[in-house]
Design a protein around this ligand. Structure first.
Ligand code: ADE
Length: 230
C-alpha cells in the first residue's frame, strides 16, 4: 500500500511513523508512506500557502493554488483510490472504515491547517472526508496519523499474530475482553481461574461473555449498531 500525505508540517509525522508497528510495517515494505510539503508547490517567491478568508472573519485559509498544483503533480504519477481530506466535517472514523481503507492500494491524505482549505479544493479533488471525532484539532496532521495507524496495522503481515487484529475491540462491534499476564496473583488480586485452566473452549466462551458484558455496560450503542448490520 502507498499512502501519500500532503501537509504543511511533514516533521510532525517523524515520531509516530518511526516507532513500533508502523515502523516495522514500513521496514518490511508493507506500506510506503510519503510525506509532501505543500509549500514546495507554491508559485510565489515567499512560499505563501495561506491567505485571509473572503467575507472576513478570523483565521487563515489554505490557498487553492499550491494545494491544487501539488495534487495535480502527484495525480500525474499515481492513480489514487481515494483522495481524503481530514476534517471535523467528515464521516466519523470507525473500524469498518479502517477495514475498507486497508483494502485499497493508493491513498492520498490531505491535512488542512489554520481555518481549513479553500472550498474549491474540496469540490474538485476530494473523494472522501474523514473526521476522527467531534472536536476540533489545530490541523489534520494528528488525525492523519490516527487514520494511518488504524489502517496500516490491518495490512496482512503487519501484526505478528495474524489473528490479533481480528480480536481487537470494535472488529465485531464488541469491546475487547480483559487481558492479564504474569504473575497469576498480585497483592491478592487473582487472574480469573478459567484463564489458567488450559481449557480453550471455556476460555473462548468466557472471553466472549466478558466482551458482551463490557460492551453492554460501556457502549450499549455498539450492540444496536451490530443488530442493524445484520
Ligand atoms: N482537523 C481538525 N479537526 C479534525 C478532526 N476532528 N478530525 C479530522 N481532522 C480534523
Amino acid at each position: 500500500m502507498e499512502i501519500d500525505i500532503l501537509t504543511l508540517f511533514p516533521e510532525m509525522f517523524e515520531g509516530p511513523f518511526n516507532y513500533s508497528i508502523l515502523k516495522r510495517a514500513r521496514e518490511k515494505g508493507l506500506v510506503n508512506i510519503n510525506l509532501y510539503n505543500v509549500r514546495d508547490w507554491t508559485a510565489d517567491k515567499h512560499h505563501k500557502v495561506d491567505d485571509y478568508c473572503f467575507g472576513g472573519g478570523a483565521g487563515m485559509v489554505m490557498m487553492v493554488e499550491p494545494v491544487v498544483r501539488c495534487l495535480e503533480d502527484l495525480q500525474s504519477r499515481t492513480k489514487y483510490d481515494d483522495i481524503i481530506y481530514m476534517s471535523p466535517d467528515g464521516e466519523l472514523l470507525t473500524q469498518r472504515i479502517a477495514n475498507q481503507m486497508s483494502l485499497q492500494q493508493n491513498l492520498l491524505i490531505l491535512c488542512g491547517h489554520y481555518k481549513g482549505i479553500d472550498e474549491r479544493i474540496r469540490e474538485r479533488f476530494i473523494s472522501r472526508e474523514i473526521s476522527i471525532g467531534d472536536y476540533v484539532l489545530s490541523g489534520g496532521e494528528m488525525a492523519a496519523m490516527v487514520v494511518t495507524d488504524a489502517v496500516v496495522r490491518l495490512l496482512p503481515g503487519v501484526l505478528n499474530d495474524e489473528t490479533s487484529a481480528l480480536s481487537d475491540s470494535f472488529q465485531d462491534n464488541l469491546l475487547s475482553p480483559p487481558v492479564y499476564t504474569r504473575p497469576a496473583e498480585f497483592r491478592g488480586m487473582k487472574v480469573p481461574d478459567v484463564l489458567l485452566s488450559g481449557n480453550d473452549k471455556e476460555i473462548v466462551k468466557w472471553r466472549h461473555e466478558q466482551s458482551l458484558e463490557r460492551t453492554r455496560k460501556r457502549r450499549p450503542g455498539l450492540l444496536d449498531d451490530q443488530a442493524k448490520s445484520f
